[in-house]
Ligand binder design. Structure first.
Ligand SMILES: Cc1cc2nc3c(=O)[nH]c(=O)nc-3n(C[C@H](O)[C@H](O)[C@H](O)COP(=O)(O)OP(=O)(O)OC[C@H]3O[C@@H](n4cnc5c(N)ncnc54)[C@H](O)[C@@H]3O)c2cc1C
Ligand SMILES: NC(=O)c1ccc[n+]([C@@H]2O[C@H](COP(=O)([O-])OP(=O)(O)OC[C@H]3O[C@@H](n4cnc5c(N)ncnc54)[C@H](OP(=O)(O)O)[C@@H]3O)[C@@H](O)[C@H]2O)c1
Ligand SMILES: Cc1cc2nc3c(=O)[nH]c(=O)nc-3n(C[C@H](O)[C@H](O)[C@H](O)COP(=O)(O)O)c2cc1C
Length: 1124
């Protein structure tokens, strides 16, 4: 501070305005920038914690440590103080989430107060801790690098018990933060103070520092500032090498016990040899400095809870090393030697040799860190970013506590911007605090013997192995409709578990508020509907989307969730346009599952999650992976998983296993062994009820519906069947649905196929005996496995729970390889198990079910436990409901196309569910639940005209629409109201398509009635195979009636509903776009945008069944295109 003019160091009366001043001083303090003349008014200091400090008589501004503010080691704060600080902190925390004074906030506050009353302190949640740590940094008035405060990575080590635990956590911290030189700001928080006896402390002032050895003549080798601590380490048995730059060991105290010594593994300490950009002689000085400045002596105070051990780091500013560590006369004191090398006249201060030398020292440090790619900031840049920080904080909080004495760099003061800025210093909580040196308050145990010392060294060496294997937590979130994403997520877990502590969570079960606090997140998610989330990813997607577009929340609730799509490829500087820094510490990567059959909607949900996470500040460590179910999905997944795993290892500085190991681990996953699983049969037991078991397996409440009738809607001359299945609800059931919703049906496998399979099993005699699936736990105890219901029979399992007809996955084939007796079978299976092109071709041509595999590889032995564990679950099928509760309140109708086709290799195949439904007799039971289709509801305003387009079975939901309209009309006829615009019924137009008028023109009579009684206004029918007529599709009719159609859409704000096959739906969308262009209303770009906007605004609805029309042809075409 010498030489700074007094008149502007202390706010002059003119700069202190006092409109609201009270006994604590003025409410507003004006701060000037002496360079620019700008003024700011600090109001934030009003929230400062009241601590004794400066008075009108004297200023303590340049004291290193104000004695009265140094935390004494005298136990917990009084309860009322903890309660007050906790309340203040929770208010700030919940306000940051925009949830202040909500039920959640008040409940948390009440719980915390109870906890404090009972125990004197409380436990911060992980999220609160993270937030508190970041705030403490933000409030640290002496730190110039605070613009980074939101980026602090928090390691929660509050579960540490022993010094070894502390050592593990610290080495983790050092590894992560060092990051091969790309330094990351981090903090590790050890258990809080609980009383006056059991503190956790890191005795080192910084985690990495150089020893100072005092010599007999009073000189010092090494860093003089560490003489005292070096002696303490020596008294605990440490023997340094006596060099200039010996890294001191860690001295760690757990739970108030005697501290333990640990050497930090050499490979974890990054040091930079110092050279100069111009002077070669500099290397003769043999200087070096460590990369990671990690302060470990301060106490962290968050919400009244004190953490006496909380090492944290940012990165160095050059002057800290060049000017202070190397230049200060009470440190390495190198100005003179450098000046001598520079041949400067050191006899008189007037030559300014000291200043020249110190600049060269700083240049050398800067040059060396840059050369070795180690993060380091120069003091000018740091000063500029701090000015930016002040500006940000002024806008956000009305001020920023700042200690000018510390902020202004030790050299070139007035050449930096901060020098000219008035600052106000005050204390805001949470905060970092000075505390007493641990060795001054610790009563040392008896002097250690050499044996003990030797033991300590052994412990330390032994720990190094463990340290290097320490796990970072990874969260794998999946969203799935038909189970594939879940399976992949579990495969990924096996791979990640090699180096991380991974857990798999369904998005629906995930606490969204944890997302900001994750370290490593992987997402595996499919797309369903049309560019929509699978049902168990809807809420997660909606919440993420809501963060970006808060006002859209209601829209996305009522309409379909059309998440934003990526508009353009990522740019090189993508980090700069992030919209937020919420998830700044979250490293992530996404794998999206989808089908190219869905065109521009391919993998839409996964893609939008990937973009949203990045927009929220997440760091994408590996590019988005995409897997097309029509071509090599699993192979794409494996390739992405391998890359994502390696990227995660690199990010967290973990030595990755080599590529082949990772790939092997993916193919052998999941590991099943005959010795680890068994079936325990018990003739006396009865199996669990079917509904109960299905509900348990699918985590959904499943109800039985009873068959009333199954009627073929196609004529007897047709070779195909489409059936109307009428189901009745149980009298006590409260199943409800709206027109447009889906019925989820749990099917049954063909009993003949099941019989064939059971005959092949080793346990065939026991097929109908109640059994239980058990696995051998790590502790050697047989435990019930939850893949299956608690009790079941094998026949029931293969009829109801296990999918035995879908083509087996490569992993399953891998398991079979070792069970094949014949070498040829083994070879072929091994080849297919690679999941490469050969597998894809095999699957495409044969569409093989399990029975086909058994026939193709007859030497394979099939243990039942393998099938139960490794085959997928038999999934529910969806059917668009074809009835309205307003017409038949106790019934649910569905329109089912009975699936039968020939594989490419010529075998007849029958769809499981549709054929089962077709075979049902009156009174039989169908396990079901309702799946709401929010995006396919009739407009709430019944006067809005609607256009329905659904060829073939796509007509199914429209029967529920016309039934609803009929019921509404009947009700109105019974209770007439004055007809106004609002009560008038809008026009209903149907476009339907089928092959021949005499064969599959389903619901023909019902439609005639609807036209007669005015329920439907117009029905257009397209016949594609009508003898003697030209082929017509619904799209052709739309073109024929384009004028009417556009009038309904544009002039009457009509809604469009499209149902059925995905390619048809895309064609229909294109047809509308083309009509808009052909009628001269829009150019191409605007037409596309118009239809897109209709979809987003909930005026264009799609109910997509998947690929159902011309399935073989379409899949082959897409497959070929994908292979090209
Ligand atoms: C939201 C939604 C709503 C639906 N609504 C209805 C509805 O109202 N009515 C209706 O009938 N269906 C509807 N479906 C389809 C229905 O869910 C079933 O997919 C359908 O009944 C077939 O099931 P399955 O068990 O009989 O056939 P599966 O045993 O599941 O066999 C079907 C599989 O066989 C293969 N396949 C089928 N045809 C061919 C072919 N020609 N060449 C090669 N492979 C082929 C495909 O892999 C196909 O996925 C809907 C689907 C969804 C997603
Ligand atoms: N998951 C499944 O695999 C699944 C589910 C349901 C149904 N299916 C199967 O799919 C078939 C569907 O039966 P369905 O009664 O719903 O329909 P469909 O009788 O096959 O077809 C209905 C009408 O749509 C036409 N069409 C075909 N492609 C079209 C397109 N791109 N755009 C507009 N119209 C098009 C057909 O013409 P064409 O004369 O050109 O065919 C026909 O006129 C059945 O064979 C059934 O087995 C499979
Ligand atoms: C009815 C239906 C709709 C689908 N919609 C899309 C879609 O819009 N985009 C896409 O890429 N894939 C779509 N798919 C394909 C699925 O994403 C694909 O089958 C995926 O592998 C399913 O993974 P899951 O089992 O984890 O749900 C759809 C599939 C079905 C059956």
């Amino acid at each position: 501070m010498d030489g700074k003019s007094q008149e502007w160091l202390w706010p002059s009366p003119a700069t202190v305005s006092s409109p609201n001043s009270d006994s604590n001083g003025p409410s507003f303090i004006r701060l000037q920038n002496l360079l620019t003349g700008e003024q700011n008014t600090d109001t934030f200091h009003q929230q400062a914690a009241t601590t004794p400090g400066c008075t009108f008589r004297r200023c303590l501004g340049s004291l290193m440590q104000v004695p009265s503010q140094t935390k004494r080691h005298n136990g917990l704060k009084p309860k009322e103080v903890v309660i007050k600080e906790a309340k203040d902190f929770l208010m700030e925390y919940y306000a940051s989430l925009r949830k202040e004074n909500t039920e959640a906030h008040l409940k948390r506050q009440a719980d915390v107060i109870d906890e404090i009353q009972a125990k004197g302190l409380y436990e911060l949640t992980e999220q609160e801790l993270t937030y508190g740590c970041r705030l403490a940094w933000r409030n640290a008035s002496r730190c110039i690098g605070r613009i980074q405060w939101g980026n602090l990575h928090v390691f929660d080590a509050r579960d540490a018990v022993t010094p070894e635990d502390m050592f593990n956590a610290i080495t983790d911290h050092v590894k992560y933060a060092t990051n091969k030189g790309n330094i990351r700001s981090s903090i590790t928080v050890f258990p809080p103070r609980r009383d006056s006896m059991h503190d956790f402390r890191v005795w080192n002032v910084q985690l990495i520092r150089y020893a100072g050895y005092e010599q007999a003549d009073g000189s010092v080798i090494g860093d003089p500032s560490n003489i005292e601590f070096t002696k303490i380490c020596q008294s605990y048995g440490w023997r340094g090498n006596g060099g200039m730059f010996d890294v001191l060991p860690l001295l760690l105290q757990a739970n108030g016990t005697e501290p333990h010594l640990f050497e930090i593994p050499e490979e974890l300490i990054l040091e930079v040899p110092i050279s100069h950009p111009e002077y070669d002689w500099f290397e003769e000085l043999k200087l070096r400095w460590y990369a990671l400045p990690a302060v470990s002596c301060l106490l962290l105070d968050i919400g009244g809870v004190e953490f006496p051990a909380c090492p944290f780091n940012g990165w160095y500013m050059v002057t800290e090393i060049g000017a202070r560590d190397l230049g200060d006369t009470n440190r390495y004191n190198l100005c003179k030697p450098v000046a001598q090398y520079l041949k400067l006249d050191t006899r008189s201060e007037t030559t300014l040799w000291r200043d020249k030398a110190i600049v060269e020292l700083n240049r050398a440090v800067m040059h060396s860190f840059l050369k070795h790619k180690v993060t380091l900031v120069d003091h000018h840049t740091a000063s500029n970013t701090f000015m930016q920080h002040l500006d940000n904080e002024q806008k956000l909080r009305g001020g920023c506590p700042a200690d000018w004495v510390w902020i202004v760099p030790p050299i070139s003061g007035s050449a930096t911007k901060v020098y000219h800025q008035e600052m106000l210093n005050y204390k805001i909580k949470p905060s970092f605090e000075y505390q007493e040196d641990p060795w001054k308050i610790h009563t040392k145990g008896s002097q250690r013997k050499f044996k003990d010392i030797a033991k300590l060294v052994v412990v330390s060496t032994d720990l190094m192995g463990k340290v290097l294997a320490k796990r970072i937590r990874a969260t794998i979130l999946y969203a799935t409709e038909t189970g594939t994403s879940e399976r992949y997520a579990k495969m990924l877990k096996k791979l990640l578990d090699i180096k991380f502590d991974a857990k798999v969570v369904c998005m629906a079960d995930y606490d969204f508020s944890n997302l900001d606090y994750e370290k490593l997140v992987f997402i595996v998610a499919s797309t369903f509907g049309n560019a929509e989330a699978p049902h168990n990813g809807e809420e997660f997607g909606r919440r993420l989307h809501f963060r970006a577009h808060p006002i859209d929340l209601n829209a996305s609730r009522t309409g379909s969730l059309h998440l934003p799509r990526r508009k353009s490829k990522l740019r090189a500087n993508e980090t700069e346009d992030r919209t937020s820094s919420f998830m700044i510490n979250v490293k992530y990567s996404v794998f999206a599952l989808g089908s190219r059959a869905y065109g521009e909607n391919f993998c839409a949900f996964g893609r939008s999650l990937d973009t949203l996470l990045r927009d929220f500040g997440g760091e994408r460590i590996c590019p988005l992976g995409e897997g097309d179910e029509l071509c090599g999905q699993e192979e794409s997944f494996r390739s992405w998983a391998g890359k994502a795993f390696r990227a995660a290892c690199e990010t967290f500085c973990i030595d990755a296993v080599d590529h082949s190991d990772a790939t092997t681990s993916l193919t052998t996953i999941p590991s099943w062994s005959e010795n680890n699983f068994r079936l325990v049969f018990d003739k006396k037991k009865t199996a669990a009820g079917l509904l109960e078991a299905l509900s348990e397996l699918h985590s959904t409440h499943i109800e039985p519906l009873t068959v009333l009738s199954v009627t073929n809607l196609q004529s007897s001359s047709s070779l195909r069947s489409t059936v109307l299945v009428k189901l009745k609800k149980a009298s006590e059931s409260n199943l409800c649905y709206f027109p447009g919703d889906h019925l989820s049906v749990f099917p049954r496998n063909d009993p003949e196929i099941v019989d064939q399979l059971l005959r092949k099993l080793a346990d065939k005699e026991s097929s109908d005996i109640t059994t239980q699936l058990e696995y051998l736990s790590n502790e050697g105890i047989w435990t019930v496995d939850t893949h299956m219901p608690a009790t079941f029979t094998l026949r029931e399992a293969f009829m109801r729970f296990i999918d035995i007809t879908s083509p087996p996955t490569p992993q399953f084939l891998h398991c079979l390889t070792s069970l094949a007796m014949d070498q040829n079978d083994r070879n072929k299976l091994a080849e297919l198990a690679k999941g490469s092109k050969e597998y894809e071709d095999w699957k495409f041509w044969k569409n093989p079910g399990l029975i086909d595999v058994i026939e193709e590889f007859p030497s394979v032995r099939l243990p039942a436990t393998l099938l139960l564990l490794k085959l997928p679950r038999l999934k529910q099928r969806y059917y668009s409901i074809s009835s309205s509760m307003a017409m038949t309140p106790d019934e649910i109708h569905i329109t089912v196309s009975v699936v039968a086709y020939h594989t490419k290799s010529g075998k007849l195949r029958r769809g499981i569910c549709s054929n089962w439904l077709n075979s049902l007799k009156e009174g039989e039971s169908v396990p079901c639940f309702i799946r709401a289709a929010h995006g396919f509801r009739m407009p709430p305003d019944q006067s809005v005209p609607i256009i329905m387009i659904g060829p073939g079975t796509g007509i199914a939901p429209f029967r529920s629409f016309w039934q609803q309209r009929l019921a509404d009309k009947n009700r109105e006829a019974a209770f007439p109201v004055t007809v106004t615009k609002e009560t008038r019924f809008g026009k209903m137009t149907l476009f339907f398509g089928c092959r021949e008028s005499t064969k599959d023109d389903i619901y023909m009579d019902e439609l005639k009635d609807c036209l007669t009684n005015g329920v439907l206004d117009v029905v257009h029918k397209a016949y594609s195979r009508e003898p003697g007529q030209q082929k017509r599709y619904v799209q052709d009719l739309m073109k024929d009636h384009g004028g009417d159609l556009l009038h309904t859409i544009l002039d009457e704000d009509g809604h469009i509903y499209v149902c059925g096959d995905v390619s048809m739906a895309a064609d229909v969308s294109r047809t509308i776009q083309n009509l808009l262009i052909d009628y001269g209303l829009f150019d191409q770009e605007d037409a596309i945008e118009y239809v897109k906007t209709m979809k987003e605004r909930g005026r264009y609805h799609e109910d997509i069944f998947g690929i159902t029309l011309r399935t073989g042809e379409v899949t082959e075409r897409i497959r070929k295109a994908a292979q090209r």
